[in-house]
Design a protein around this ligand. Structure first.
Ligand SMILES: *Cc1c(COP(=O)(O)O)cnc(C)c1O
Length: 402
């Protein structure tokens, strides 16, 4: 289930990245969480329970689909999608939410705090808590609450209490600050359920492992269906959990290129984007929310506002393992702009009958760029991280403007 890997080390370092940059009061909680996670991974009952829920509740394995019409229209490589959009709640986030909720239950912690930007992770967490009968508190910036009303309603229906955050820019990074504050105060009873491969060790490791089921299934599925490995695996990168989830199983297959796609927003030169690896003028190594990685910042080290048409990619830092994979040249990183993602969104709707999440549309945009220059016997595997129902308002407003 969990694939052994050389990183992170015992201190949670991915080379120079990662680690644990937290207040002293949280160090015992992180040590306890690390120990509980390691013991859970070795416990066949825990692994079996997680796998059982993935199968009977999430609906795994999610299939892979050959995009025949899209591939033919582009006239190059064959494009396959890993269909995380078909999971219960419509995205990959539920894999990690369930894994961590089971772990919290095992640790005897019955109160869960989480943060959410677009609301997707909040919905995944509220769902897992409802299933396991855990108390759920979700912090959300008031600006995001106004933008993402349907997800606020979903969380409330699922029994979560959604707390509005009024500090700072009233968005995701402020909600994370509040969730961490709550955790520090209530650490005896509470588990902080983090939504991506971010934060202090062991979160980047644990979230990667809970998501690695994506790549394990996809690798077997593509071998079974085509008899070979893909030439390229592409995924969008917000914090980076769906990307590591699909990359991890392929990391020792040197012939398979791994490509992460960040949010290019209004274009790199505009400064309005979340392409942490593309714009090294405003993105430098720094510490945010407990981990060291690339962070978009002002010259004096303040966190910069980011922009993306997709809320799930709109975060000023990126998981430390991605920074390490990039240094090792094991993965490559590029970006798609809002306009390219929107065009890919529309293309996929019409050629394949799939309405993808705007986040996933960034990965689709990169496949559309690459496929024509590849041979028809080559394969691109794209992680379709989620479905687009949540994005219909955003898409309609954006299309009105063009
Ligand atoms: C949250 C989200 C993302 C971005 O998060 P990662 O941790 O980078 O995977 C991507 N796609 C969808 C559908 C999401 O909900």
């Amino acid at each position: 289930m969990f694939i052994p890997a050389s990183v992170p080390d015992a201190r949670g370092k991915f080379g120079p990245y990662g680690g644990q940059f937290v207040p002293e009061t949280l160090m015992p909680a992180l040590a306890g969480l690390t120990a509980a996670y390691e013991s859970a991974c070795r416990d066949p009952d825990f692994v079996a329970e997680f796998q059982h829920l993935l199968r009977t509740y999430v609906g795994r394995p999610s299939p892979i689909s050959h995009a025949r019409r899209l591939s033919a229209a582009l006239g190059g490589a064959q494009i396959y999608f890993k269909r995380e959009d078909l999971n219960h709640t419509g995205a990959h986030k539920i894999n990690n939410a369930l894994g961590q909720a089971l772990l919290a239950q095992r640790m005897g912690k019955r109160r869960i705090v989480a943060e959410t930007g677009a609301g997707q992770h909040g919905v995944g967490t509220a769902t897992a808590c409802a299933l396991l009968g855990l108390e759920c508190i979700v912090y959300m910036g008031s600006v995001d609450m106004a933008r993402q009303q349907p997800n606020v309603l979903r969380m409330k229906l699922l029994g979560a209490s959604v707390r509005s955050v009024e500090s700072g820019s009233k968005t995701l990074k402020d909600a994370i600050n509040e969730a961490i504050r709550d955790w520090v105060t209530n650490v005896e009873t509470t588990h902080y359920l983090l939504g991506s491969v971010l934060g202090p060790h062991p979160y980047p490791l644990m979230v990667r492992d809970f998501q690695s089921v994506i790549g394990q299934e996809a690798r077997q599925q593509i071998l079974a269906e085509t008899g070979r490995l893909p030439d390229v695996v592409i995924a969008c990168v917000g914090g980076g959990s769906n990307a590591l989830g699909i990359f991890h199983a392929f990391r020792d297959d040197e012939q398979v290129a791994l490509i992460g796609v960040e949010a290019g927003g209004a274009g790199i030169s505009s400064g309005k984007h979340a392409a942490r690896f593309a714009d090294l003028a405003i993105s430098r190594v720094g510490v945010l929310h407990g981990t060291k990685s690339f962070v978009m910042q002002t010259p004096d080290g303040q966190i910069r506002e980011t922009h993306s048409i997709s809320a799930g990619l709109d975060y000023p830092s990126v998981g430390p393992e991605h920074a390490w994979l990039r240094d090792q040249e094991r993965a490559g990183y590029t970006y798609a702009t809002d306009a390219e993602a929107l065009a890919a969104f529309q293309t996929l709707c019409r050629t394949e009958g799939i309405i993808p999440a705007l986040e996933s549309s960034h990965a689709v945009a990169e496949a559309i760029k690459r496929a024509p220059s590849m041979r028809p016997d080559q394969i691109i595997l794209v992680n379709l991280s989620g479905r687009g129902d949540k994005d219909l308002d955003t898409v309609m407003q954006a299309l009105d403007k063009v």
